[in-house]
Write a new protein. Structure first.
Lengths: 645, 335
């Protein structure tokens, strides 16, 4: 087995390190540390030229990797343990790699590991890192095949290969017929990384969600964006209350809205980050759209969980009256209160009912009561007792939006007004760079809906009563202390916001055009190129045609002859061809002067001209190098004009 | 039965190869490796990469990894580009016959093959081996607008002319994923002398058997004077005293007597010896006589080479032995 050269191992280590580095963000720290240690060790061996560790030691280390994975995940199946195992094995493989074959196997493994990183993150930084890793892997393959060479020429060769591959990659990326996955069942943990709302709510849940500055979705409005007070993005609607947590009630679904859209229309494009749930977080209230499902709680739903970034063209009708003819069963659910919980709030409800003349006035009375109670809006409320609504309203008087919404709904139900909690997002920020509305997890919100006779379901936001700036200015404006907020949601660092806006705008384009390139976008692109029928057959034909063009270009490049003074040879061989056609071929061993001499005897009529051309050719070809330009021109001219009979 | 079947498949295989790889007979003059003579297939590693890419593509589809598609297509594109690089590494090279020294049968014939790179780029990682050889040859490069002579060693089993077999020029440049190769057979021959017999009758005995042969020209008996030294002169006849005194190199000349002049005669070998054994025996005598610096002549049925000394004479004698009764033997030396 020939051992590897130092430069070969250097490239291999660089490629592996670049491949494994981003995995550190999700691998268990123990495994990351082990991988780093093994890489550094191999680098040290390479630097010192010492021997590779004994095979027995490697077996022990491999057992260590397997043990660490087992300890961390308690299994080997699934995405996370699989990736962790591969990362450990790649690092170990390098420690026993001392042959061409092993090194090439390691390169293939690192290609695979780069793909594995995309399961977790696909942002631009990761893409750049992957490109760099591919570059290093190509450098490795070049080093494995070729002679020892300095870094710069090898890097240039690798970069040239990458650049030459780019057109082909673009054609395939754009035109390879895309199929919406998955093709087969995915491991259970395939989408564990997504965060966001869930379909039940306990006190503190929304506060936890809003600690993240991750983007939930973006909305690009065609006209002016709606005022902040209209920006309610509907998520799970929670009707059932068991005293502790809120859950959705039974709901009917159909492919048409349960209301007739009316009033002002706001068309927009919603780009939803994957959250592995069915709900689409449309702004109240979405008009009819194809291929989507409408719930009778006025949510917009997708047929499949949203596992990839999703782009939807929607229209919001904020002024639509909804639920005018509500199902009595739904209303019954919206009045139910668990017995034995929150007696003081129930008493408050009954008191409000008595105070108000009509049911329509009760919500306004309650809001006034909330405002007068001086409830504090905070991300970190004091701990609540078993009767958490009572405790919030009368004792601690500190809560986040879910406390406000829950307390309001319980009060309404106690007063005999059907009410329910709606979770979702409220607000969002316009990015001045590209004008899109960016809604983050920190904009997660809970509000209430009450049902009134002849008016249907009406939105009431009890948080607005106590912290009106939450609605207009977002979380950062409403909270007294910003320290607990995610850095990117804080409003006191303007330069940070400007930077964030810029990065967000670029990210949005990246998401739309690179990551969001799906079968629908592909069809739109092909249609815009003028190919009407966009079945996979025509797509394949288009791809094959484009690939053929690219490959033809590459072939031309490969065949391009690069010889100096080639023109001289071409002129001379044209003269020879013409003479051969006239019956006087040049023998393979004949020099130009010998040939002319022979033809002087055999074909005297062409001889004087040929003698001149041959003499010129001999001087140009074999004479001193800085050839006379006048001579060159005369040679080209006379050889072009030469016509033997 | 099996032998005839093997012969048939061999013939079919040869025809298939001829048709596939467009290999005719030996080609005279420089061979330019045009695009039609270059063939490209993936290596084992290339196939392994293809498999990896397929798995990556399926994973990208399954998990809807847009960047996964991009990465897969990028690596696939690089692999495809490397096909063109491999092709470009061979195209337009010219091959022409080089020198090949005559060898004794049993030794390896070394054919010099000249490869010329007329282009402006270096040709990297080339391997050249004869048909039936292995790809373990060390790789060599050719600088831009330069040539190199690569020696191909062929084992010899028969005296006479040895045609250079078909050669295989391959490159796996740049990534080792693709091998591009070309097959060609320059019209180049090497003369194979008969192997000198190890058990031939001793030379002096043979020489003594012909004491009275006619003397012609210069011999080795009586000192006749000094002449200018020539490279082919036997070291025994150098006037070493003159050289030791710092004088010019001179060769002593003798007037020919008879006893040191040998006729190496076909008939001298014991009767009943076969043709090849006789030729081997004669080759041994020629080698020994030349080493001893004796003037010798060669007599074969139908051929007589008058006694002489020197490298050219040795070669003429050995060539005559090599080509004795060869059907296509024409006595044109290869070197």
């Amino acid at each position: 087995m020939p051992s590897l050269r130092r430069d070969q191992v250097g490239w291999l280590l660089a490629g592996s390190a670049l491949t494994l580095a981003p995995h550190a963000s999700h691998l268990p720290p123990a495994i990351s540390a082990l991988c780093a240690l093994l890489l550094v060790w191999r680098g040290f061996i390479n630097q010192r030229g010492s021997r590779l560790p004994h095979r027995g030691l490697l077996v022990v280390l491999a057992a260590g990797v397997v043990g660490a994975v087992l300890l961390e995940f308690h299994q080997f199946f699934g995405k996370e343990p699989g990736i962790a195992l591969l990362a450990g094995l790649l690092s170990l493989k390098l420690l026993e790699t001392d042959s061409l074959r092993d090194a090439r196997a390691a390169v293939l493994l690192s290609f695979f590991m780069q793909l594995g990183q995309f399961l977790y993150q696909q942002n631009m930084a990761i893409a750049a890192l992957a490109l760099l890793g591919t570059f290093a892997s190509i450098g490795t393959l070049l080093a494995l095949q070729g002679r020892a060479e300095a870094f710069a020429p090898r890097a240039a060769a690798a970069a040239r290969l990458l650049l030459q591959a780019l057109p082909l990659m673009l054609v395939l990326f754009l035109l390879f017929p895309r199929v919406q996955g998955p093709l087969w069942g995915l491991p259970a943990d395939a989408y564990s990384a997504v965060s966001g709302l869930s379909d039940d709510m306990r006190p503190g849940d929304i506060a936890r969600v809003s600690e993240s500055a991750a983007i939930a979705f973006r909305a690009a409005f065609e006209g002016d964006p709606p005022p902040p007070a209209e920006r309610y993005w509907r998520g799970p609607v929670l009707t059932r209350f068991d005293g502790r947590s809120w859950r959705p009630g039974p709901s009917r679904r159909q492919d048409q809205p349960f209301y007739r859209s009316s009033g002002i229309a706001r068309p927009y494009t919603l780009t939803l980050e994957p959250h592995n749930q069915h709900w689409l977080l449309a702004m109240d209230f979405p008009g009819p759209a194809d291929g989507l499902v409408y719930g009778d709680d006025f949510r917009l739903l997708s047929r499949e969980p949203v596992r990839n970034r999703l782009r939807l063209e929607l229209v919001a009708h904020p002024a639509t009256p909804v639920g005018l003819a509500e199902d009595p069963r739904t209303l019954r659910e919206a009045l139910a209160l668990p017995p034995g919980f929150n007696p003081r709030t129930r008493a408050l409800g009954e008191q409000l009912r008595a105070a108000a003349g009509r049911a329509d006035d009760i919500p306004a009375l309650a809001i006034r009561h909330f405002r007068d109670s001086r409830l504090a809006y905070t991300l970190a409320p004091a701990p609540l007792s078993r009767n958490d609504v009572d405790s919030f309203l009368f004792d601690t008087k500190q809560g986040f939006c879910e406390h406000f919404a829950a307390a309001f709904v319980v009060t309404m139900r106690a007063a005999g007004v059907p009410a329910r909690v709606v979770t979702g997002y409220q607000g969002g920020e316009i990015n001045p760079v590209d004008g899109t509305l960016v809604v983050r997890q920190s904009d997660a919100h809970a509000w209430a809906e009450v049902w009134l006779e002849a008016r249907g379901w009406l939105r009431v936001d009890p948080t607005a009563a106590s912290a009106p700036r939450r609605i207009d200015g977002g979380l950062a404006a409403a909270l007294p202390d910003m320290a607990r907020l995610p850095l990117l949601a804080r409003s006191d660092l303007p330069w940070l916001r400007a930077l964030r806006d810029r990065v967000d705008a670029v990210n949005n384009s990246w998401n739309q055009w690179v990551l969001g390139y799906n079968p629908a976008r592909q069809q739109a692109l092909v249609a815009s190129l003028g190919f009407g029928d966009t079945g996979w057959q025509s797509l394949t034909a288009l791809m094959a045609g484009s690939c053929a063009v690219v490959m033809g270009g590459l072939t031309l490049w490969a065949l391009r002859r690069m010889r100096p003074g080639d023109a001289i040879d071409r002129s001379w061989s044209r003269v020879c061809r013409r003479l051969a056609a006239a019956g006087h071929p040049r023998h393979a061993w004949e020099g130009p002067l010998d040939y002319a001499g022979r033809l002087a005897r055999e074909a005297p009529e062409a001889a004087p001209e040929l003698a001149l051309i041959a003499a010129d050719y001999a001087r140009l070809r074999y004479g001193p190098t800085p050839a006379d330009t006048a001579l060159l021109q005369r040679f080209h001219h006379s050889s072009r004009k030469f016509r033997p009979r | 039965m099996t032998a005839s079947r093997a012969a048939i498949t061999g013939t079919i295989g040869a025809r298939l190869q001829r048709w596939l790889f467009r290999v005719g007979g030996p080609e005279a003059g420089p061979i330019t490796l045009g695009q039609r003579r270059i063939f490209v297939l993936p290596t084992g590693f290339g196939l392994a990469l293809a498999l990896t890419l397929l798995v990556m593509l399926l994973a990208s589809i399954n998990y809807n990894l847009s960047l996964g598609f991009a990465l897969t297509f990028l690596i696939g594109g690089i692999a495809w580009v490397s096909i063109h690089h491999a092709f470009r590494n061979l195209v337009d090279l010219t091959v022409s016959p080089g020198r090949s020294e005559a060898v004794f049968c049993g030794e390896a014939a070394r054919f010099g093959v000249q490869l010329h790179n007329p282009g402006l780029r270096p040709r990297l990682g080339l391997q050249l081996w004869p048909r039936g050889g292995s790809s373990d040859e060390t790789a060599f490069d050719i600088a831009p607008q330069a040539g190199t002579v690569h020696f191909v060693a062929i084992p010899t089993h028969r005296r006479g002319w040895l045609q250079l077999p078909r050669l295989h020029l391959e490159t796996r440049h740049p990534l080792g994923l693709i091998r591009a190769w070309s097959l060609f057979q320059p019209d180049q021959r090497c003369l194979v002398y008969p192997a000198p017999a190890a058990d031939a009758p001793p030379l002096h005995h043979a020489g003594d058997a012909q004491p009275g042969s006619a003397a012609q020209g210069r011999g080795r008996d009586d000192f006749a004077g000094l002449r200018h030294h020539q490279a082919s002169d036997s070291p025994r006849h150098v006037a070493w005293k003159t050289v030791a005194r710092g004088g010019p190199w001179r060769t002593k000349e003798f007037d020919g007597g008879g006893s040191q002049r040998l006729w190496l005669d076909w008939q001298q070998l014991p009767p009943g010896t076969g043709t090849e054994a006789r030729l081997s025996g004669l080759a041994r005598w020629v080698v020994d006589a030349d080493a001893a610096g004796i003037e010798y002549g060669l007599r074969l049925p139908g051929l007589e080479l008058p006694p002489a000394t020197g490298g050219a004479h040795r070669h003429a004698c050995l060539a005559a032995l090599a080509l004795f009764e060869q059907p296509t033997g024409h006595a044109q030396p290869a070197s």
